[in-house]
Design a protein around this ligand. Structure first.
Ligand code: P6P
Length: 333
Protein backbone atom coordinates (compact mmCIF):
# COMPACT_ATOMS: atom_id res chain seq x y z
CA UNK A 1 0.00 0.00 0.00
CA UNK A 2 1.12 3.58 -0.45
CA UNK A 3 2.58 5.52 2.40
CA UNK A 4 0.35 8.51 3.14
CA UNK A 5 2.37 11.59 3.91
CA UNK A 6 2.36 13.31 7.26
CA UNK A 7 0.24 16.45 7.31
CA UNK A 8 2.42 19.52 6.73
CA UNK A 9 5.20 17.74 4.88
CA UNK A 10 5.19 20.10 1.89
CA UNK A 11 7.18 18.11 -0.63
CA UNK A 12 6.56 19.86 -3.92
CA UNK A 13 6.81 18.16 -7.30
CA UNK A 14 10.00 19.99 -8.27
CA UNK A 15 11.74 19.01 -5.05
CA UNK A 16 10.62 15.38 -5.40
CA UNK A 17 11.95 15.17 -8.96
CA UNK A 18 15.37 16.48 -7.87
CA UNK A 19 15.40 13.90 -5.06
CA UNK A 20 14.51 11.17 -7.57
CA UNK A 21 17.32 12.35 -9.87
CA UNK A 22 19.71 12.29 -6.91
CA UNK A 23 21.60 15.28 -8.19
CA UNK A 24 21.55 19.01 -8.82
CA UNK A 25 23.02 18.63 -12.31
CA UNK A 26 21.82 20.71 -15.26
CA UNK A 27 19.96 17.64 -16.54
CA UNK A 28 18.22 17.17 -13.17
CA UNK A 29 17.08 20.79 -13.21
CA UNK A 30 15.89 20.39 -16.82
CA UNK A 31 13.75 17.39 -15.87
CA UNK A 32 12.45 19.19 -12.78
CA UNK A 33 11.56 22.24 -14.90
CA UNK A 34 9.93 19.99 -17.48
CA UNK A 35 7.71 18.40 -14.84
CA UNK A 36 6.82 21.88 -13.57
CA UNK A 37 5.63 22.85 -17.03
CA UNK A 38 3.47 19.72 -17.20
CA UNK A 39 2.05 20.65 -13.79
CA UNK A 40 1.37 24.20 -15.05
CA UNK A 41 -0.57 22.88 -18.04
CA UNK A 42 -2.48 20.61 -15.66
CA UNK A 43 -3.40 23.56 -13.43
CA UNK A 44 -4.61 25.53 -16.47
CA UNK A 45 -6.78 22.58 -17.51
CA UNK A 46 -8.10 21.96 -13.98
CA UNK A 47 -9.09 25.62 -13.64
CA UNK A 48 -10.92 25.61 -17.00
CA UNK A 49 -12.74 22.37 -16.15
CA UNK A 50 -13.86 23.82 -12.81
CA UNK A 51 -15.64 26.60 -14.73
CA UNK A 52 -17.39 24.23 -17.16
CA UNK A 53 -20.99 25.31 -17.56
CA UNK A 54 -20.24 28.81 -16.32
CA UNK A 55 -18.10 30.14 -19.16
CA UNK A 56 -18.28 29.56 -22.89
CA UNK A 57 -15.60 27.48 -24.68
CA UNK A 58 -15.57 24.68 -22.13
CA UNK A 59 -18.51 22.43 -22.95
CA UNK A 60 -19.49 21.21 -26.37
CA UNK A 61 -17.78 20.54 -29.66
CA UNK A 62 -15.47 22.57 -31.87
CA UNK A 63 -17.09 21.22 -35.04
CA UNK A 64 -13.81 19.64 -36.19
CA UNK A 65 -12.56 16.05 -36.12
CA UNK A 66 -9.07 14.87 -35.14
CA UNK A 67 -6.68 12.39 -36.71
CA UNK A 68 -8.60 9.63 -34.92
CA UNK A 69 -11.76 10.68 -36.75
CA UNK A 70 -13.25 11.72 -33.40
CA UNK A 71 -15.20 14.92 -32.88
CA UNK A 72 -12.96 17.42 -31.07
CA UNK A 73 -14.44 18.91 -27.92
CA UNK A 74 -13.65 22.50 -26.96
CA UNK A 75 -11.80 21.20 -23.92
CA UNK A 76 -9.67 18.87 -26.09
CA UNK A 77 -8.49 21.90 -28.05
CA UNK A 78 -8.03 24.04 -24.92
CA UNK A 79 -5.94 21.33 -23.24
CA UNK A 80 -3.83 20.77 -26.34
CA UNK A 81 -3.11 24.49 -26.55
CA UNK A 82 -2.31 24.60 -22.82
CA UNK A 83 0.57 22.17 -23.37
CA UNK A 84 1.82 24.06 -26.43
CA UNK A 85 1.79 27.33 -24.46
CA UNK A 86 3.42 25.71 -21.42
CA UNK A 87 6.39 24.51 -23.48
CA UNK A 88 6.90 27.40 -25.92
CA UNK A 89 10.05 29.40 -25.08
CA UNK A 90 10.93 26.78 -22.45
CA UNK A 91 14.16 25.51 -24.01
CA UNK A 92 13.16 22.07 -22.76
CA UNK A 93 11.02 20.23 -25.27
CA UNK A 94 11.63 20.41 -29.00
CA UNK A 95 8.71 18.29 -30.16
CA UNK A 96 5.16 17.59 -28.99
CA UNK A 97 3.20 14.49 -30.01
CA UNK A 98 -0.50 14.69 -29.19
CA UNK A 99 -3.62 12.63 -29.76
CA UNK A 100 -5.10 15.84 -31.17
CA UNK A 101 -2.39 16.47 -33.78
CA UNK A 102 -1.78 14.24 -36.81
CA UNK A 103 1.92 15.12 -36.94
CA UNK A 104 4.49 16.10 -34.28
CA UNK A 105 4.46 19.79 -33.40
CA UNK A 106 7.95 21.27 -33.40
CA UNK A 107 8.91 24.15 -31.11
CA UNK A 108 11.79 25.46 -33.23
CA UNK A 109 12.95 27.95 -30.60
CA UNK A 110 13.68 24.98 -28.33
CA UNK A 111 15.49 22.92 -30.95
CA UNK A 112 18.02 21.40 -30.93
CA UNK A 113 18.76 22.36 -27.31
CA UNK A 114 15.53 20.78 -26.07
CA UNK A 115 16.56 17.17 -25.85
CA UNK A 116 13.11 15.89 -24.94
CA UNK A 117 9.86 14.98 -26.66
CA UNK A 118 6.56 15.21 -24.81
CA UNK A 119 3.93 12.70 -25.92
CA UNK A 120 0.47 13.27 -24.49
CA UNK A 121 -3.26 12.79 -24.60
CA UNK A 122 -4.42 16.25 -23.52
CA UNK A 123 -7.85 15.20 -22.30
CA UNK A 124 -8.60 11.51 -21.93
CA UNK A 125 -12.28 10.62 -21.55
CA UNK A 126 -13.55 13.98 -22.80
CA UNK A 127 -17.08 12.63 -23.26
CA UNK A 128 -17.28 12.78 -19.43
CA UNK A 129 -16.82 16.56 -19.36
CA UNK A 130 -20.38 17.44 -20.36
CA UNK A 131 -21.72 15.32 -17.48
CA UNK A 132 -19.16 16.55 -14.93
CA UNK A 133 -17.39 13.21 -14.45
CA UNK A 134 -13.66 12.65 -13.99
CA UNK A 135 -11.29 13.08 -16.94
CA UNK A 136 -7.51 12.97 -17.23
CA UNK A 137 -4.36 13.85 -19.12
CA UNK A 138 -1.75 11.19 -19.93
CA UNK A 139 1.89 12.10 -20.64
CA UNK A 140 5.17 10.46 -21.55
CA UNK A 141 8.65 11.96 -21.93
CA UNK A 142 11.27 10.49 -24.25
CA UNK A 143 14.80 11.51 -25.16
CA UNK A 144 15.01 12.98 -28.67
CA UNK A 145 17.29 10.75 -30.74
CA UNK A 146 18.67 11.05 -34.25
CA UNK A 147 18.25 7.74 -36.00
CA UNK A 148 19.41 6.92 -39.55
CA UNK A 149 16.76 7.38 -42.20
CA UNK A 150 14.92 10.23 -43.79
CA UNK A 151 12.09 10.44 -41.25
CA UNK A 152 13.22 12.80 -38.42
CA UNK A 153 10.46 11.39 -36.20
CA UNK A 154 11.42 7.76 -36.64
CA UNK A 155 12.98 7.75 -33.18
CA UNK A 156 9.45 7.94 -31.76
CA UNK A 157 8.64 4.50 -33.17
CA UNK A 158 10.39 2.63 -30.38
CA UNK A 159 9.15 0.42 -27.55
CA UNK A 160 7.74 1.81 -24.31
CA UNK A 161 10.94 0.85 -22.48
CA UNK A 162 12.45 4.00 -24.02
CA UNK A 163 10.25 6.24 -21.89
CA UNK A 164 12.13 8.41 -19.37
CA UNK A 165 9.03 9.59 -17.52
CA UNK A 166 5.36 8.58 -17.64
CA UNK A 167 2.42 9.98 -15.75
CA UNK A 168 -1.09 11.27 -15.72
CA UNK A 169 -3.20 14.04 -14.26
CA UNK A 170 -6.61 13.09 -12.88
CA UNK A 171 -9.20 15.87 -12.69
CA UNK A 172 -11.53 14.30 -10.15
CA UNK A 173 -12.83 15.19 -6.71
CA UNK A 174 -9.30 16.52 -6.30
CA UNK A 175 -6.70 17.12 -9.00
CA UNK A 176 -3.82 14.66 -8.78
CA UNK A 177 -0.60 14.15 -10.68
CA UNK A 178 0.90 10.65 -10.69
CA UNK A 179 4.32 9.95 -12.22
CA UNK A 180 7.22 7.57 -12.44
CA UNK A 181 10.75 8.03 -13.73
CA UNK A 182 11.69 4.44 -13.12
CA UNK A 183 12.10 4.74 -9.34
CA UNK A 184 8.63 3.91 -8.11
CA UNK A 185 5.27 5.63 -8.56
CA UNK A 186 4.39 8.79 -6.67
CA UNK A 187 1.21 10.85 -6.40
CA UNK A 188 0.73 14.55 -5.78
CA UNK A 189 -2.45 16.37 -4.87
CA UNK A 190 -3.07 19.93 -6.01
CA UNK A 191 -3.34 22.36 -3.13
CA UNK A 192 -5.27 25.06 -4.95
CA UNK A 193 -4.58 27.58 -2.20
CA UNK A 194 -0.83 27.17 -2.69
CA UNK A 195 -1.12 26.49 -6.43
CA UNK A 196 1.27 23.59 -5.86
CA UNK A 197 1.14 19.84 -6.34
CA UNK A 198 2.08 18.43 -2.91
CA UNK A 199 3.30 14.85 -2.43
CA UNK A 200 0.43 12.82 -0.99
CA UNK A 201 1.36 9.18 -1.75
CA UNK A 202 4.90 7.87 -2.22
CA UNK A 203 5.98 4.50 -3.66
CA UNK A 204 2.49 3.38 -4.62
CA UNK A 205 2.13 -0.37 -5.18
CA UNK A 206 -0.67 -2.20 -6.97
CA UNK A 207 -2.13 -5.00 -4.81
CA UNK A 208 -1.11 -8.36 -6.32
CA UNK A 209 -4.79 -9.22 -6.72
CA UNK A 210 -8.01 -7.20 -6.57
CA UNK A 211 -11.78 -7.63 -6.80
CA UNK A 212 -12.44 -5.00 -9.46
CA UNK A 213 -12.79 -5.67 -13.17
CA UNK A 214 -13.17 -2.63 -15.40
CA UNK A 215 -14.44 -3.18 -18.94
CA UNK A 216 -17.22 -2.00 -21.27
CA UNK A 217 -19.35 -5.15 -21.35
CA UNK A 218 -21.44 -3.60 -24.12
CA UNK A 219 -18.79 -4.95 -26.49
CA UNK A 220 -19.08 -8.54 -25.13
CA UNK A 221 -20.34 -10.10 -28.36
CA UNK A 222 -17.47 -8.63 -30.36
CA UNK A 223 -14.76 -10.20 -28.20
CA UNK A 224 -12.80 -13.41 -28.70
CA UNK A 225 -14.18 -16.60 -27.14
CA UNK A 226 -11.30 -16.54 -24.63
CA UNK A 227 -12.21 -13.04 -23.43
CA UNK A 228 -15.91 -13.98 -23.25
CA UNK A 229 -14.99 -17.06 -21.18
CA UNK A 230 -12.96 -14.90 -18.79
CA UNK A 231 -15.99 -12.62 -18.23
CA UNK A 232 -18.26 -15.65 -17.75
CA UNK A 233 -15.75 -16.95 -15.19
CA UNK A 234 -15.82 -13.64 -13.31
CA UNK A 235 -19.63 -13.64 -13.31
CA UNK A 236 -19.76 -17.23 -12.00
CA UNK A 237 -17.10 -16.71 -9.31
CA UNK A 238 -18.85 -13.86 -7.51
CA UNK A 239 -16.84 -11.54 -5.28
CA UNK A 240 -15.96 -9.20 -8.14
CA UNK A 241 -17.27 -5.67 -8.70
CA UNK A 242 -17.60 -4.07 -12.10
CA UNK A 243 -16.40 -0.44 -12.24
CA UNK A 244 -16.15 1.45 -15.55
CA UNK A 245 -16.16 5.24 -15.78
CA UNK A 246 -15.56 5.85 -19.49
CA UNK A 247 -12.31 7.65 -18.66
CA UNK A 248 -9.21 5.46 -18.84
CA UNK A 249 -7.21 7.55 -16.35
CA UNK A 250 -9.92 7.36 -13.67
CA UNK A 251 -10.31 3.59 -14.11
CA UNK A 252 -6.55 2.99 -14.01
CA UNK A 253 -6.18 5.23 -10.94
CA UNK A 254 -8.72 3.07 -9.10
CA UNK A 255 -6.80 -0.09 -10.12
CA UNK A 256 -3.49 1.48 -8.99
CA UNK A 257 -4.90 2.11 -5.52
CA UNK A 258 -7.30 -0.84 -5.04
CA UNK A 259 -6.06 -3.53 -7.43
CA UNK A 260 -7.99 -5.48 -10.05
CA UNK A 261 -7.85 -5.36 -13.84
CA UNK A 262 -8.82 -2.95 -16.64
CA UNK A 263 -9.55 -4.37 -20.05
CA UNK A 264 -9.98 -2.84 -23.46
CA UNK A 265 -9.81 -5.91 -25.74
CA UNK A 266 -9.70 -5.97 -29.51
CA UNK A 267 -12.88 -6.84 -31.38
CA UNK A 268 -13.56 -8.54 -34.72
CA UNK A 269 -14.11 -5.08 -36.24
CA UNK A 270 -11.13 -3.47 -34.47
CA UNK A 271 -8.63 -6.23 -33.57
CA UNK A 272 -6.24 -3.61 -32.14
CA UNK A 273 -8.95 -2.17 -29.92
CA UNK A 274 -9.49 1.54 -29.36
CA UNK A 275 -6.70 2.76 -27.05
CA UNK A 276 -3.53 4.32 -28.48
CA UNK A 277 -0.10 2.97 -27.66
CA UNK A 278 2.23 5.97 -27.49
CA UNK A 279 0.13 8.32 -25.36
CA UNK A 280 -2.26 6.00 -23.49
CA UNK A 281 -1.19 2.37 -23.13
CA UNK A 282 2.62 2.73 -22.95
CA UNK A 283 2.71 5.49 -20.28
CA UNK A 284 0.10 3.68 -18.16
CA UNK A 285 1.94 0.38 -18.60
CA UNK A 286 5.15 2.05 -17.34
CA UNK A 287 3.33 3.33 -14.26
CA UNK A 288 1.51 0.11 -13.42
CA UNK A 289 4.62 -2.01 -14.05
CA UNK A 290 6.70 0.29 -11.82
CA UNK A 291 4.03 -0.18 -9.13
CA UNK A 292 4.42 -3.98 -9.35
CA UNK A 293 1.52 -4.67 -11.71
CA UNK A 294 1.42 -5.94 -15.29
CA UNK A 295 0.29 -4.62 -18.69
CA UNK A 296 -0.28 -6.85 -21.72
CA UNK A 297 -1.81 -6.58 -25.18
CA UNK A 298 -2.95 -10.20 -24.74
CA UNK A 299 -0.03 -11.31 -26.89
CA UNK A 300 2.96 -9.43 -25.39
CA UNK A 301 3.91 -6.90 -22.74
CA UNK A 302 2.70 -3.44 -23.74
CA UNK A 303 6.17 -2.03 -23.08
CA UNK A 304 7.69 -4.38 -25.68
CA UNK A 305 5.43 -3.23 -28.53
CA UNK A 306 7.19 -1.24 -31.28
CA UNK A 307 4.67 1.04 -33.05
CA UNK A 308 4.58 1.29 -36.84
CA UNK A 309 3.05 4.78 -36.68
CA UNK A 310 2.43 7.51 -34.09
CA UNK A 311 -1.25 6.76 -33.57
CA UNK A 312 -1.10 2.96 -33.44
CA UNK A 313 -3.56 1.20 -31.14
CA UNK A 314 -3.20 -1.99 -29.09
CA UNK A 315 -5.55 -4.02 -26.91
CA UNK A 316 -4.96 -3.40 -23.19
CA UNK A 317 -5.11 -5.76 -20.20
CA UNK A 318 -3.59 -3.97 -17.21
CA UNK A 319 -3.58 -4.09 -13.42
CA UNK A 320 -2.78 -6.54 -10.62
CA UNK A 321 -0.30 -9.19 -11.74
CA UNK A 322 -2.48 -12.17 -10.67
CA UNK A 323 -5.60 -10.70 -12.31
CA UNK A 324 -3.81 -9.98 -15.60
CA UNK A 325 -2.35 -13.50 -15.59
CA UNK A 326 -5.85 -14.94 -15.05
CA UNK A 327 -7.14 -13.05 -18.11
CA UNK A 328 -4.16 -14.24 -20.18
CA UNK A 329 -4.80 -17.85 -19.11
CA UNK A 330 -8.26 -17.66 -20.73
CA UNK A 331 -6.92 -15.96 -23.86
CA UNK A 332 -4.20 -18.57 -24.29
CA UNK A 333 -6.49 -21.56 -23.65
P1 P6P B 1 -15.74 3.05 -24.77
C1 P6P B 1 -12.24 7.74 -23.93
O1 P6P B 1 -12.77 8.02 -25.21
C2 P6P B 1 -11.36 6.55 -24.06
O2 P6P B 1 -10.32 6.80 -24.95
C3 P6P B 1 -10.82 6.13 -22.70
O3 P6P B 1 -10.63 7.21 -21.85
C4 P6P B 1 -11.88 5.19 -22.18
O4 P6P B 1 -11.36 4.20 -21.33
C5 P6P B 1 -12.42 4.56 -23.47
O5 P6P B 1 -12.14 5.46 -24.53
C6 P6P B 1 -13.91 4.33 -23.40
O6 P6P B 1 -14.28 3.71 -24.61
O7 P6P B 1 -15.70 2.39 -26.12
O8 P6P B 1 -15.90 2.06 -23.64
O9 P6P B 1 -16.72 4.19 -24.67
Amino acid sequence: MSSLRRQGDFTTLTRHVLTQMGSFSAEAFDISALMSRIALAGKMIARQLSRAGLVADVLGMTGTTNVQGEEVKKMDEFANQAFIRAFEQSGLVCRLVSEEMAKPYYLPENCPIGRYTLIFDPIDGSSNIDVNLAVGTIFSVRQQETVPGDDPDRDLLQAGHKQLIAGYLLYGSSTMLVYTMGKGVHAFTLDAGLGEFILSHENLTVPSKGSIYSVNEGNFHQWSVGMQNYIRHIHSQGGYSGRYSGALVADIHRILFQGGVFLYPGTQKHPQGKLRLLYENAPLAYIITQAGGKASTGKEDVLDVVPQSLHDRTPLIIGSREDVDLVLSFLHD
